[in-house]
Design a protein around this ligand. Structure first.
Ligand SMILES: [Zn+2]
Length: 357
């Protein structure tokens, strides 16, 4: 297959400044590496933090220029000589983003997202906002054949995966007619409501957000039993009314702010579970503590998902268990990627925005 010597990439050259489109050398895959032609790359809120340099003190990103996007789908165009024969050129793949450099106890247990040697795309190594992307090892490729809209499938690598793991973690606690709230109806929330609907169809699903546009967008993807616009009503009062005084068996918090935690944790039922998803941007305190203890409430975190969960997510999308296309609000060109970051930063984005290459 013909491979160009150079390809276009969107580079973070200065924190918070527009991405710069430049030609960079196209690497030749060796050993277990695979080169893919990128078809779609999703823009996540984590990309905004990396772009602005919010975590630069922690050496994230490790260098500039840096390439964003950990949600990458493409087709195989070249491979190293130690890649198995059945991974052929032309095969559609989703790149598992939460990679690791060497095995440890966690990867051996299958908890690959908890590796002590992470090489996470667009956080510690370059991501997929470029025409060709070198995957460090063929083991990180998930078969995406059979998905009919490949660019739209890219966010399954983060937003889709993260919410799948979170919803699976709350499933053992859920009983018929329980009330479950998904707090935040952006990229993560748009998937979370779908997973709750499909994996726990017997619960009452409440969507919570601060903007009518987000609630409308989410309601078109999945039927919500009730919605709460926190900018218009007192969410505590509204949720107690909706749940007829029962409270929430589970809260899936995709916002993770001080306000959301302190508000919704006190709405949990006995043995209720609060799950914090993704990056928490604030300090928060559980107060009062006594109801938390005597009601045996559970507070836990969830970070992305394992490689095996990633395979489950792509298989679920292939079976149309979830509508991954409906989550996509905007399809941008590489030159327009900065617009997606700005929309997220200014809280104007709906669902997920992708760059189509
Ligand atoms: Zn992400």
């Amino acid at each position: 297959m013909f491979l160009p010597k150079k390809h276009r990439a969107a580079l973070v050259k200065e924190f918070g400044k527009p991405l710069v489109i430049e030609e960079i050398p196209t690497p030749e895959p060796r050993d277990e590496q695979v080169l893919i032609k990128v078809l779609g790359a999703g823009i996540c809120h984590t990309d905004v933090h990396v772009w602005r340099g919010d975590w630069s003190a922690a050496k994230i990103p490790p260098k500039l220029p840096f390439i964003l996007s950990h949600e990458v789908v493409g087709t195989i165009v070249a491979k190293g000589d130690r890649v198995p024969d059945d991974l052929k050129e032309g095969r559609s793949v989703l790149v598992y983003a939460w990679q690791w450099a060497r095995d440890d106890l966690y990867t051996i247990k299958g908890l690959t997202q908890l590796s002590n040697y992470p090489t996470h795309l667009a956080i510690t190594v370059d991501g997929g906002l470029q025409e060709y992307f070198l995957v460090s090892n063929y083991r990180f490729l998930v078969d995406a054949e059979g998905l009919d809209d490949l660019p739209a499938a890219a966010p399954l690598a983060c937003a889709g995966l993260t919410t799948y793991r979170a919803v699976k973690k709350v499933l053992p606690y859920l009983e018929p007619d329980d009330y479950v709230a998904v707090v935040g109806l952006g990229g993560l929330g748009s998937y979370a409501i779908q997973w709750v609907r499909v994996l726990a169809p017997y619960v009452n699903l409440i969507g919570v957000a601060g903007r009518d546009e987000s609630i409308e967008f989410a309601s078109k993807i999945t039927k919500l039993d009730a919605t709460v616009n926190t900018s218009k009503v007192d969410p505590v009062k509204a949720i107690m009314e909706i749940s007829r005084g029962k409270g929430l068996k589970a809260v899936i918090d995709t916002a993770g702010t001080e306000a959301t935690i302190t508000t919704y944790i006190n709405l949990l039922t006995k043995m209720g579970i609060y799950i914090l998803v993704g990056m928490i941007g604030a300090e928060a305190r559980i107060s009062p503590l006594l109801p938390f203890v005597v009601n045996e409430r559970i507070l836990t975190g969830s970070i992305v998902g394992s490689l095996s969960e990633q395979i489950e997510v792509v298989n679920a999308a292939r079976r149309n268990m979830i509508n991954y296309r409906a989550v996509i609000s905007r399809r941008l060109k590489l030159e327009e990627a900065t617009e997606a970051l700005e929309a997220l930063e200014k809280r104007r984005a709906l669902g997920r925005q992708i760059v189509v290459l």
